[in-house]
Design a protein around this ligand. Sequence first.
Ligand code: UD1
Length: 344
Amino acid sequence: MEKGPRKRILVTGGAGFIGSHAAVALHEAGYAPVIIDDLRNSRKSAVKGIESLLSVPVEWHRVDCGDAEAMKPVFKQPVHGAIHFAADKAVGESVAHPEKYFDNNVGGTARFVAQLRNHGVQHLVFSSSCTVYGEAEELPVSEDAPILPAASPYGYTKQACEDLLRITHAAAEGQLGISILRYFNPIGAHPSAHLGELPLGPPPNLVPYLLQAVAGNSGPLIVFGDNYPTPDGTCIRDYLHVCDLAEAHVAALRWLEQHQGALDVFNLGTGRGTSVKEVITAFHLATGLDVPHKIGDRRPGDVTAIYADAAKADEVLGWRTTRSLEDCLRDAWRWQQRLQDTPS
Ligand code: UD1
């Protein structure tokens, strides 16, 4: 990184799970992360966690990134780029309240991107999801795989945002470079236990449920079906460490700096598929603890198996995962223990 003031990078949803880890990675890479978060599904303590981890104050604004008027102060100083995480992500809730998902995820992205264009910001990294592939016909799934009808309104909003960004990219005629990142299943926590997943309300995903079950805060983990056509009958996903994922955002930003006005899409995963039962076994290997669990019904909308062909991110961005599944689960458990000791 060249000398001079750090370049400001807006991190919408920067108090959230992935956003907070990305803010740390940006600072460590020499940028100045600017956290934009209205705390609708996150806590101020995440910003404090970032600051205590980095031992520096971090610029942050409690504001809806889609609110152009309220965002004006953010643009008073130059903005080099943006990483747009802010979105709702609960698949079940999106089925019950699709209009909320269209408004916040698609409308919010449109309103935010309009501000970037108005202020001449040249680099945008967008948080998409492997959910855009639906039940993929071929595994591992590469970026060229067809985009199938979405299994949920949440999935549809990610597809719609990708379309919105492609169309906006064309309209911007080289003035806005965009990197679309399709995450597989981010888990884990910062190894320092300063940061981790801190959703408001019930935990939405496998690992938070698993941690609650091990900590004795809930009943056993319910494994959603063991009669899928997979080797052990449980669903297969590609779980990656949130710190690996955070580093991918720095790589994507650097790539945009070197390819002014470009647009491309990258899978971010390990390239390995892991079943739910294998996650339970890996947790025991990582921590020595058993996961109380029982087999339940299938969850509507779950795909049987999906994992990434992650070669493109490696070849083009020079990024690949370095942390193991056991690292992920050990760090997640450490975070859970910290939460038990100091609930926020
Ligand atoms: C899905 C999307 C992902 C999106 C995420 C948002 C796909 C393939 N993935 O993740 O892109 O970002 O939602 O929330 O569409 N499970 C249990 N018991 C539990 C919880 C989960 O057995 O209590 C199983 C699920 O059946 C699944 C696996 O664990 O097989 C992972 O589930 P989860 O962590 O919810 O993530 P996805 O549904 O894969």
